[in-house]
Design a binder for this molecule. Sequence first.
Ligand code: SF4
Length: 320
Amino acid sequence: MKLRCDFCYRHCQLEEGQTGLCGVRTHKEGKLITSGYGALVSLAVDPVEKKPLYHFLPGSRTMSIAMFGCNLTCQFCQNYLISQSDFAGVIAGQPVDIQEIIDGAKDRHCPSISFTYSEPLVWQDYMLEVAKRAKQEGLATIMVTNGTFSEEALARIVPWIDAYNIDLKGDESFYHRLCGGSDEPVLEAIRYIGRTKAHLEVTTMVMESMHTLSMIETLAHALHERGVQVWHLSRFFPNYHCTEAETSESFLRQALEAARTGSIPYIYAGNSGMDQSTYCPSCHELLVTDRIRSSIHVLPTLKQGRCSSCRYPIYGRFGS
Ligand code: SF4
């Protein structure tokens, strides 16, 4: 008898002994299991800005963890050794006690735990076990995801995650050509999470040879319509199967202009030398210093979630 996995939008139907496209979820002895449950392929302390999250506890550090696996096959994957099923087992996962992860976060002054680097949707049962424990101990939880949730996964995960960075990679044809996926579940998840109290930022890696400015404008309107407040557009550098030239600063600048047609208030350039400060969208007062600097400061001009000059409400969580 086949079993249906509901961890992501693919809803794989798996025969006994079969594993889904993610290389993780397996039908074993009549049950669906998550292979390598609890074996971490990555454990590191990062600035929260690296996720990227710019409006969630800026200047803080986050304990970042990953298990192996992903449910997309992006040709430009930046982390293919720990995500693409061809590389399963290349990096041996290490079991780490959950309490050790939480104590490690506290010892290293991290107010949050991030599920990141690979795709947490495909190991969401483990993510939820850690997230529930982290929240009991007063830590915030962050999920960095490609956003291809199933409806069931959204209902399970949303109560336990405080902040998301969701990758919106391009339009439907971009997903078909380069990612083996679809933009539909991603846009649906952005709409769903945008209606909750969770913090949400979106990232698009801009490829000069694949993204057009009109595609960026279309994405900008789709994100604005879903209530997105923070959008990161980052420069592409060649990786994995993608040998296209890196995106130039000048094309990224044009992409940022196209992005601004959607009226999203906070748009940032990633992997770039451009200014990454936060300004008040109403009076343009400087509120958070440039993220390219080694120390990031939330300035006294941002008080209790408002610009102190004009009282405009600033999206995000800025307290410790
Ligand atoms: S996580 Fe997604 S890709 Fe993996 S088995 Fe489940 S439905 Fe399929």
